[in-house]
Design a binder for this molecule. Structure first.
Ligand SMILES: Nc1ncnc2c1ncn2[C@@H]1O[C@H](COP(=O)(O)OP(=O)(O)OP(=O)(O)O)[C@@H](O)[C@H]1O
Length: 256
């Protein structure tokens, strides 16, 4: 379980997040949504420990994240961030094997067990056939899958994803989130697409100007009146497969 209380993030004079509280229960998917600049990435990155918090607490499986050594934190939390081609000459296999490095102590070499775990991870993410390809030569969707395989190889219980569907075509968007949801992770995912959030998240936290303005199930949070106010766009809500789905209209453009 990941629990955040009273989180504050500051960049100089900019207060990017304040009083943020959220809980991601084991095995569930929590979506962070909100307009551009509302603080989603800042919250995610502070849970990951990639940026310093200005205040608040982050508990990972009940333990204060500040008290966890980097290696212990990496054993519990994996990150799938937007990754452009890195320029490093890594194959998908090597990239996924890197996920094992948190389990290798000091100058030790990978063990045979690490290689079989990496292979299983590639298979589970559906990219074993890409093992020998250079990561930089893969498509955005293929690269995302390799990153998810690396998170699997890391054998962390929790995974944090920042806009994993960015740049992906509509089929890959659904494929990636279906894959993530099918894996036994506790997931916190930043999503811009509210309809994907509705379909693939158990719970949502809606941020506005660094503060939580709504939390709950997708049905509770994706209320047209809330979304219209926060995003400044006309919203009509419908349902697909029993889940809320939103249609958007520029304000003032509604037909009578
Ligand atoms: N490194 C930084 N230095 C200064 N200000 C920053 C920095 N990173 C983010 N900010 C500011 O903090 C606020 C929150 O940014 P953040 O990236 O967390 O929002 P976001 O919701 O993830 O945005 P987006 O949807 O556009 O990716 C914004 O006002 C942003 O300009």
């Amino acid at each position: 379980m990941i629990r955040v209380d009273d989180l504050a993030v500051r960049y100089g004079q900019v207060l990017a997040a304040s009083d943020v509280a959220l809980t991601a229960e084991d095995g569930t998917t929590l979506g962070l949504i909100g307009p551009n600049g509302s603080g989603k990435s800042s919250v995610l990155r502070s849970v990951l420990g990639a940026i310093r918090r200005a205040g608040g607490t982050v508990l990972i499986d009940g333990d204060d994240a500040d008290g966890l050594h980097d290696t212990e934190r990496a054993k519990r939390l994996a990150s799938v961030a937007q990754e452009e081609p890195s320029g490093l000459p890594l194959t998908a296999w090597e990239s996924v094997l890197l996920g094992r490095s948190v389990h290798v102590s000091g100058w030790s070499r990978y063990r045979p067990g690490d290689e079989s775990i990496a292979e299983e991870a590639l298979e589970l993410a559906g990219v074993l056939h890409l093992a020998d390809r250079s990561v930089d030569d893969l498509s955005g969707g293929e690269r995302q899958r390799v990153l998810i395989a690396r998170a699997l190889a890391q054998q962390a219980r929790h995974v944090l994803l920042d806009e994993p569907t960015n740049h992906l075509d509509v089929r890959y968007q659904h494929e990636i989130l279906t894959l993530v949801r099918s894996l036994p992770f506790t997931t916190i995912v930043v999503l811009h697409d509210l309809n994907l959030a509705a379909r693939y998240c158990d719970d949502l936290v809606l941020l506005e100007a660094g503060r939580v303005v709504a939390r709950g199930t997708p049905s509770e949070v994706l209320e047209p009146s809330i979304i219209e106010r926060v995003y400044g766009i006309g919203v009509e809500r419908t349902e697909l497969d029993g889940l809320p789905q939103l249609l958007f209209t520029p304000l003032g453009a509604r037909r009578a």
